[in-house]
Design a protein around this ligand. Structure first.
Ligand SMILES: Nc1ncnc2c1ncn2[C@@H]1O[C@H](COP(=O)(O)OP(=O)(O)OP(=O)(O)O)[C@@H](O)[C@H]1O
Ligand SMILES: [Mg+2]
Length: 420
């Protein structure tokens, strides 16, 4: 049964009475008709089966003893027919012992009425069986309806699961794409910073190279003597080695800045990173007559992330601070502070420059520059990098003048997704 079939209506009942004694058949039929039922009559088993198959009745009153096919056989055949197997059969019989009744139930009967009948009993049993049948049909209807609802819900669930999976795939692809874009823009930004620092770094590189040259010349002179002072020469070689290391360290830092590599997600010490950046920018600061002061603990400030990208954030902040101090007479110092703050590590770059024009930014939009050569990308890229590390960039104007721009990162393991 499907639930969109009409809801089974309560009805007066279509009863097939099967009885070989014509007088009994007529009497029973007329009494039932008077009680409000529609009644069909069949005088033997064959006609009863034919009539039931032509139009399934709601109930069959079936005489047991009939010539030809007896009531039990008729009942067994009814039960074999899919259209008739649910039609309730009440046996009518003059036999009244338990064995006969049991045979009736075994053949598929639902009740048993002994002859001679008390018509009130017949009416009560017929009404009870019809009501049962009606209730069974109602139950089947409700079950089918429920089943349809469950199936519809399951379909709906499947559709939304599929839609969710497709949405997640799209979101993942978009996230991958935006991580790639960020990594590319971050690399462009590093190139731009390297261009700014290039002149001062080349100048810085000149110092150890010149020292190496003059020390090498001094060593040659010492070696040309008849009895070279080996101790002195060893000291000179030590100086040459130190200057060489200084030069190659500078070159290595430039190469790291310009490298376009995969971001690395590893534990690093922010205090050390701050000192390295101060070292990298020392020559540029000297050129601009600015002092960089670092306040960072000797113990490590551990965070997880990509050292090159976090270094780039700091370079952006310090270069901005230097630019801001360009036209501020008397401005001489940039302070970089790194400290642990509850479960986070905070780094702040404070300057004595012009401060932000009006309110300090919070959203860090791209292309917002007040500098003739500025692209207005430094802060927005820095903010994107810090966010990708699970942190946030902050900016404010200092009450005493100048600005402080910094960031907070989760201490220890980073929770954010790094640019790919
Ligand atoms: N420390 C600061 N003091 C005052 N203003 C600042 C400071 N840092 C940033 N700004 C302002 O914010 C603007 C945006 O900075 P951002 O680093 O994003 O771009 P930019 O420095 O102009 O260009 P670039 O892309 O080369 O970095 C700057 O132009 C400047 O007006
Ligand atoms: Mg900038």
């Amino acid at each position: 049964m499907r639930a969109d079939d009409a809801l089974p209506q309560s009805e007066s009942g279509d009863i097939l009475v099967v009885e070989d004694t014509p007088a009994s058949l007529r009497l029973l039929a007329s009494l039932l008709a008077k009680a409000g039922y529609r009644v069909r009559e069949a005088p033997d088993g064959e006609l009863a089966l034919w009539s039931a198959q032509a139009q399934p009745p709601d109930l069959i009153l079936l005489d047991v003893r009939m010539p030809g096919m007896d009531g039990y056989e008729v009942c067994r055949q009814l039960r074999r027919s899919p259209a008739l197997q649910d039609v309730p059969v009440i046996f009518l019989s003059a036999f009244n012992d338990t064995d006969d009744k049991l045979r009736g139930f075994e053949a598929g009967g639902v009740d048993y009425i002994a002859k001679p009948y008390d018509f009130l009993e017949v009416k009560a049993r017929v009404a009870a069986q019809l009501q049962l049948r009606q209730l069974r049909r109602l139950l089947a209807y409700q079950n089918a309806h429920l089943q349809q609802l469950v199936e519809a819900k399951a379909q709906q669930l499947l559709r939304s699961e599929l839609a969710l999976a497709a949405e997640k795939q799209q979101r993942d692809a978009a996230e991958r794409e935006s991580r790639l874009r960020l990594a590319e823009i971050a690399h462009l930004n590093r190139n731009a910073s390297a261009t700014v620092l290039c002149a001062s770094l080349i100048h810085e590189l000149n110092q150890p190279l010149a020292a190496i040259l003059s020390n090498a010349e001094a060593a040659e002179l010492l070696l040309a003597r008849p009895r070279p002072a080996l101790g002195e020469i060893a000291e000179i070689v030590g100086d040459i080695r130190r200057d060489n290391l200084r030069a190659s360290d500078l070159i290595q830092r430039m190469r790291t800045m310009l490298r376009k590599g995969e971001p690395v997600h590893a534990e690093l010490d922010l205090a050390r990173l701050v000192r390295q950046v101060a070292g990298l920018l020392a020559a540029e600061a000297r050129k601009r007559r600015i002092r960089i002061e670092v306040q960072a603990p000797d113990t490590p400030l551990a965070v997880c992330g990509d050292a090159v990208q976090l270094e780039q954030v700091l370079v952006n902040l310090v270069l901005n601070a230097m630019d801001a101090m360009q036209d501020s007479p008397g401005a001489a110092c940039i302070a970089i502070r790194a400290e642990r703050l509850h479960g986070e590590v905070q780094v702040r770059v404070s300057d004595q420059g012009c401060g932000f024009d009006g309110e300090a930014p919070t959203g860090f939009a791209s292309f917002a520059s007040t500098k003739p050569q500025g692209m207005g990308l430094g802060l927005s890229i820095s903010s994107a990098i810090v966010q990708a590390h699970g942190g946030r960039l902050t900016a404010s104007n200092n009450p005493e003048g100048g600005a402080t721009v910094g960031f907070l990162l989760p201490a220890g393991a980073a929770r954010g997704t790094l640019p790919a």
